[in-house]
Design a protein around this ligand. Sequence first.
Ligand code: UFG
Length: 330
Amino acid sequence: MNVLVVGGAGYIGSHCTRQIIAAGHHPVVLDNLSSGHREAVAIGTPFYHGDLGDQALVRQVLRREKIDIVMHFAAFIEVAESVAMPIRYYKNNVVKTLALLETMMEEDVRKFIFSSTAAVYGMPETMPITEGVKKAPINPYGQTKLDCENILSALAVAHGLGFAVFRYFNACGAATDGAIGEDHAPETHLIPNVIRSALGLAPVIKVFGTDYPTPDGTCLRDYIHVDDLSRAHIAAFDRIGTPGTQLHFNLGTGHPHSVMEIIGAVEKLSSKKVPVEFAPRRAGDPPELCADATCARTALGWKPLFTSIESIIETAWRWHSAHPSGYATR
Ligand code: UFG
């Protein structure tokens, strides 16, 4: 398969690109490098520097590279930023996705894999979360992803688009060979921030909220290795060929960990004490998010290969230790 990876220079897109190659397919990357990194794109992969909303460019790439499947990772992902700047989020995450999909329909490319999020569920009352529960996003970020999911369903009905939507829980970790990893600016995610504190690259890790209704009072999240996420996408390639196919999958391990457990795991792995500061709750954080990923397991034959949080953190630790300033380019 010739696979266009939109956002393939970003964190999840770059890991997915390498897994596509490992599975014997041919990735092509389109990225505007607004937050991605050119060095993160696997050597030898055709790279187009441009925007997913640029319909002339996307048309040219679809034709020239004879694209069979499009995967879309090029979204803005910060919840707090989406609350402060909703127009920016709706423009990038919805309007530009619509432009990409329109070009695909015009060029008769009708297989699509979409990077969605647990944020589409909002604050569900039952755990673990199954795909069928009510979608009630509590911030513009989650809403933009849900809007895209709904657009995909309409296109499946109207134009025979076949798609798989993956709702990620907490993506983390880095490539096992240490070649690529996580580099956001600013970094807001827990695991990289705890590691940075352990390495002395940040003065302290702030723990946002200690009064949640959880065993140790800190939030519980379902951390899933980025390569495990990526493998699920590839397993869906041959499931979306029938026109009108609509697939939705949660991706998580089903084993949540608290913020304090993550800090403890990093301390154990690094043999370093992580300086902690207890801070108020961060707006919009649900107490617990845990995936029921039975659908992905049964329909795709997928299962996470990284089954312990220690094994996941170890890969992230290796990347951050070797790249204390992240990638060379910003
Ligand atoms: N946290 C801290 N200190 C930090 C960073 C995070 O205590 O420095 C806490 C957060 O409050 C939260 C947990 O660690 O309780 C995990 O936070 P992350 O920022 O790593 O991840 P989120 O769960 O907030 O975000 C993930 C995805 C988002 C998605 C969201 C849905 O990364 O894309 O889940 O709720 F929108």
